[in-house]
Design a protein around this ligand. Structure first.
Ligand SMILES: [Zn+2]
Length: 77
């Protein structure tokens, strides 16, 4: 499980079940275990500083890789 945090203020954005070793480019809704961020007008926003972390696209968020950090373990498959 990964904990994704805002790259600007370090607020928690979500807990995410990442499968596979690749970069976190997309976050699929069914794998989001807890969402702390705001979703406004299709944008995934930091709840503290309103930094835009990603953008809703169908059943996933496309992530702005410069705007977040993460810690935790990916699940190998
Ligand atoms: Zn923030």
């Amino acid at each position: 499980m990964l904990t994704i945090k805002c790259g600007r203020c370090k607020s928690k954005i979500m807990r995410y079940k990442k499968i596979g070793p690749g970069k976190v480019l997309r976050c699929y809704f069914p794998r989001i275990k807890k969402l702390f961020a705001l979703v406004e007008e299709g944008k995934l926003k930091c709840p503290s500083c309103a930094n835009i972390i990603g953008e809703k696209d169908g059943d996933l968020f496309k992530m702005n890789s410069d705007e977040f950090t993460y810690s935790g373990r990916k699940i190998n498959k």
